[in-house]
Design a protein around this ligand. Structure first.
Ligand SMILES: *Cc1c(COP(=O)(O)O)cnc(C)c1O
Length: 446
């Protein structure tokens, strides 16, 4: 196992208040040029990034606990990824795999067929975004089964295109005013141990009974689920929930789709979150962490399902772009060489331990949860479980003011999620956690 190398100092360093003057100037230009519908969590403009830091246009060095939403697992300025991108771009940037194919696409497909859960025959198709991979998973499931209905879960997030908006649970900001949505999508209760108090078997029984009574197992093309929910609040279903759903799907000829777009690629301490529960999905959707920040997504799964589709039924002009494929191969090599699944487990131990210590003295922390470097605290009003989005917002803002980029999530906007690059060093991770702890103590009057 090799150690990460850094180009930039791995230190938090503020030289202006945030946002600094250059970021503020860019924010002014942006307001006149960029569509208002695009939000940004942080009004600070990036100039450089490496390892666990993002350096802004004013020269401030910020700690990155977001990884560009779980994307830059190997670091945002990874040298091996940058070299692979430069090398491929110096030869060709595009031919279109559907016109003149190239090896990189095939190599990524081979790699994903090997890495994803299960040792059955698999096939892979590449796209550009997570939403596109999800849409195509549903297309494949419908064609292969000849059925229409699709089940998604409470708190689910699957994207912002029309079909994936229908699959996504939360209206504001993802769906509000953007309907009508795609038909034949049914929503079923998720296992959310903190809020429903059910064990895995009980939650599965509730979900299966609803699917059986309201849709009918023989009408269902697919069940799509995030093995650990991302935007919905880093909800880890109770043990046994996922295997019970997967078993029921199998016995009813339903395609079981694991949306690993956020949880995949070493993030949770295994290559895929499905691995923790030993489930073998029929189809797996992947994106975010796959290619060191380059836009690439994938759908991998049972050969009989993916080969059921007629030639030309799947694809897209840019899908599996050669530069993105080169980046993916390099990023996956880095994950292996640095044993990033082990690194994620180490982060879980270090950061999870500190978060639990904070929770023991902070009644506003309702729950600490997550796996690997996909960790969260759910913030509530003391003495109960009522969500505390105000504190969540204030905490994110206070941390940013101290140079820590932190993301929130959750249906109720009350979850702080930790998604540091897996190459972050312990000193920087601890400094970020110090910032978080101090801000939380300030805001809760301790
Ligand atoms: C982010 C995300 C998506 C959508 O990916 P995009 O690349 O933004 O289209 C889908 N599913 C999950 C679980 C995600 O976290």
């Amino acid at each position: 196992m090799t150690q990460p190398q850094y180009r930039l100092p791995q230190k938090r360093n503020l030289v202006t208040t945030l946002p600094g003057p250059k970021s503020s100037e860019l924010q002014g230009r942006r307001a006149m040029a960029v569509a208002g519908g695009v939000g940004s969590s942080v009004p600070v403009y990036a100039a450089d990034a490496d390892g666990g830091v993002i350096v802004d246009v004013d020269g401030n060095s910020l700690i990155d606990f977001g990884s560009g939403i779980a994307v830059t697992t190997v670091g945002a300025g990874n040298a091996a990824v940058a070299a692979a991108v430069a090398e491929q771009a110096s030869h060709f940037t595009h031919t279109c795999f559907m016109v003149t194919p190239y090896e990189g696409y095939v190599a990524v497909a081979e790699r994903l067929n090997h890495l994803t859960p299960g040792d059955h025959q698999k096939r892979t198709v590449l796209f550009n975004s997570g939403a596109e991979a999800v849409e195509n998973a549903i297309k494949v499931a419908r064609l292969a089964t000849g059925r229409d209905a699709v089940v998604a879960f409470d708190h689910a997030y699957h994207g912002r295109t029309n079909l994936t908006m229908a699959l996504t649970a939360k209206t504001m900001p993802y769906k509000y005013g953007f309907g009508p949505f795609a038909p034949e999508v049914y929503r079923i209760p998720m296992s959310y141990p903190y809020r429903d108090g059910l064990d895995g078997a009980e939650a599965a029984k509730r979900a299966i009974s609803m699917m059986d009574k309201q849709i009918g197992g023989d009408q269902l093309a697919a069940i799509i689920i995030e093995p650990i929910q991302g935007e919905g609040g880093f909800i880890v279903p109770a043990p046994g929930f996922l295997p019970a759903l997967a078993d029921w799907a199998r016995s009813n000829g339903i395609v079981f789709i694991a949306d690993e777009v956020q949880s995949g690629f070493a993030r949770t301490g295994a290559w895929f979150a499905s691995d923790h529960e030993g489930i073998v999905p029929d189809l797996v959707t992947m994106a975010k962490g796959i290619a060191g920040g380059m836009p690439l997504s994938a759908l991998t799964g049972r050969a009989d399902l993916l080969d059921a589709v007629h030639a030309g039924g799947l694809g897209g002009t840019y899908g599996g772009n050669p530069v993105a494929c080169a980046a993916a191969l390099a990023a996956m090599d880095v994950m292996k060489d640095l044993d990033l699944p082990a690194r994620a487990r180490h982060i879980e131990e270090l950061a999870g331990g500190r978060l639990r210590a904070m929770a023991s003295v902070t009644p506003e922390i309702g729950e600490v949860r997550g796996r690997g470097a996909m960790l969260a605290i759910e913030l509530v009003k003391p003495g109960g479980t009522e969500p505390n989005p105000e504190l969540t917002k204030a905490l994110v803002a206070a941390c940013l003011g101290q140079g820590l980029v932190l993301l929130s999530c959750g249906t109720y906007g009350n979850v702080i999620r930790l998604l540091p690059p897996l190459v972050i060093d312990d000193a920087l991770l601890n400094d970020g956690l110090d910032v978080l702890e101090n801000a939380l103590n300030d805001l809760t009057g301790r």
